[in-house]
Write a protein that binds this ligand. Structure first.
Ligand SMILES: OC[C@H]1NNC[C@@H](O)[C@@H]1O
Ligand SMILES: [Ca+2]
Length: 446
């Protein structure tokens, strides 16, 4: 491969999320989140796995930052657990919770690592779920209040803010299919939760413009949809699937409108939203974060309510989470974003894969060639998109550490660093060593 040169200032990092790595969910005055409750509800997670300990990052954060520095990371994307900050979701501030993130940010900066802070990565305070959660239109105000608390505490040390992580997963998983907290299964609740999440995004960005002086954006998981055949049914199904996952969040956030397919998909469950709502949602953003994992070859089927689904590719390579390895999909997707929404700066805020890793070998080595191959090809795909004119500012590998993969518990390992959950020992995998070289050579060694 000819030497790939990445733009000056391209930021190389890794990503995690509070509930997946921290543990100690109730320490130092924190309140419970919907994930504390959901995971402690029998049958909701594999093996009944919970975030009670996870990677014990709440206590090991200093060593983990040291590990990031040893790996040469330039940036670190993490999330704040809302219920550490506002144990009841609104009102009273738990200063010990703010202090935890303040110390973490200072440690990152002292180690030359730029923090990227996600306000919401799925762990809503349980007290707010009891007030209707994302189904309550007041959630926009609750979220803006929480964001403002964090802006006042950290803006300036944190210069890249994210409102929401993956609103599609939050609603499709938490309100339609029920696989994720709060575990609802309702075609009628799904659009309401989704719309309120986006109103909350807008309200938090507006609040930032009054308080913050740096950058704020939205992180979406999007996935290119390719028709399984050129039949009218598969073409229409692909259009629906594309609107439902990819346009449903970027269109309101950047264009101030919803794609028409949503009314077709949800029928009488799709309200006629007020124009004022769309004005709130559409706020000037400084960047968009793209989380990419796979593509979907899409066919018409009788799935509810989308009537579309992915077709397994007989010659495809699949990860442990059943996702096809398809790097070109990332390039296609980034070019689509640029063409549809214009030249908005982008970060790859998550990209990575779970493969079955061997145990830590003698001498502390974890061979993960499949992950290295996945990463090498996807970082190459990012470069291809840059060559095609996309303004991509950085790449955050998912994930720094093996961690709690939500309802799948600890069964899926996405980390470039292996975690022994018994001893909490961290062991960089081959992919981490490889990634360090990519960072040190600014991509040239890819
Ligand atoms: O499934 C892998 C990741 N996907 N995006 C959101 C993260 O929380 C997940 O662990
Ligand atoms: Ca509920």
């Amino acid at each position: 491969m000819s030497q790939r040169t990445f733009p000056d200032g391209f930021l190389w990092g890794a990503a995690t999320a509070a509930h997946q790595i921290e543990g100690s969910p109730m320490a130092d005055g924190a309140g419970p989140s919907i994930w504390t409750r959901f995971a402690h509800t029998p049958g909701m997670t594999l093996n009944g796995d919970t975030g009670d300990v996870a990677c014990d990052h709440y206590r090991r954060w200093k060593d983990d930052v040291k590990l990031m520095r040893e790996l040469g990371l330039q940036a670190y994307r993490f999330s704040v657990s809302w219920s550490r900050i506002h144990p009841e979701g609104t009102g009273r501030v738990n200063q010990a919770g703010v202090d935890f993130y303040s110390r973490l940010v200072d440690e990152l900066l002292e180690n030359g690592i730029e923090p990227l802070l996600t306000l919401y990565h799925w762990d809503l305070p349980a007290a707010l779920e009891d007030r209707g959660g994302w189904l309550n239109r007041d959630s926009a105000d609750w979220f803006a209040e929480y964001g403002s608390t964090m802006y006042r505490a950290l803006d300036g040390r944190v210069k890249k803010w994210v409102t929401l992580n993956e609103p599609w997963v939050i609603t499709d998983g938490g309100y339609l299919h029920g696989a994720l907290a709060p575990g609802h299964r309702s075609k009628y609740e799904t659009p309401i939760a989704s719309h309120n999440l986006m109103r909350a995004h807008g309200a938090a960005v507006k609040a930032y413009r009054d308080i913050g002086k740096h950058e704020i954006g939205l992180v979406v998981n999007i996935e290119p949809k390719y028709p399984a055949s050129d039949s009218a049914e598969d073409t229409a199904a692909t259009k629906r699937a594309h609107a439902y996952m990819n346009e449903q969040y970027l269109d309101p956030a950047l264009l101030g409108r919803y794609p028409p397919e949503l009314k077709e998909i949800f029928g009488d469950a799709w309200p006629d939203w007020a124009a004022a709502d769309l004005e709130l949602i559409r706020q000037q953003l400084d960047f968009i974060g793209i989380n990419y994992y796979t593509r979907s070859v899409t066919q018409a089927n009788d799935s509810y309510p989308l009537k579309a689904g992915a077709v397994r590719q007989p010659l495809g390579t699949y990860t442990e989470t059943g996702w096809e390895v398809y790097p070109k999909g990332l390039t296609d997707l980034l070019v689509w974003v640029k063409e549809r929404y214009g030249d908005i700066p982008m970060y790859i805020t998550e990209n990575g894969a779970a493969f079955f890793d061997p145990p830590v070998a003698e001498g502390g080595r974890v061979r993960d060639p499949l992950r290295m191959d996945y990463l090498q090809k996807h970082i190459g795909a990012v470069h291809d998109a840059i060559q095609a004119g996309c303004d991509i500012r950085g790449y955050m590998l998912w994930s720094l550490l093996d961690n709690l993969e939500w309802s799948l518990g600890y069964s899926k390992r996405f980390g470039m660093v292996h975690v022994n959950y018994g001893t909490q020992e961290r062991t960089p995998k081959d992919s981490a060593r490889w990634y360090s070289k990519v960072i040190a050579s600014h991509g040239a060694s890819l």
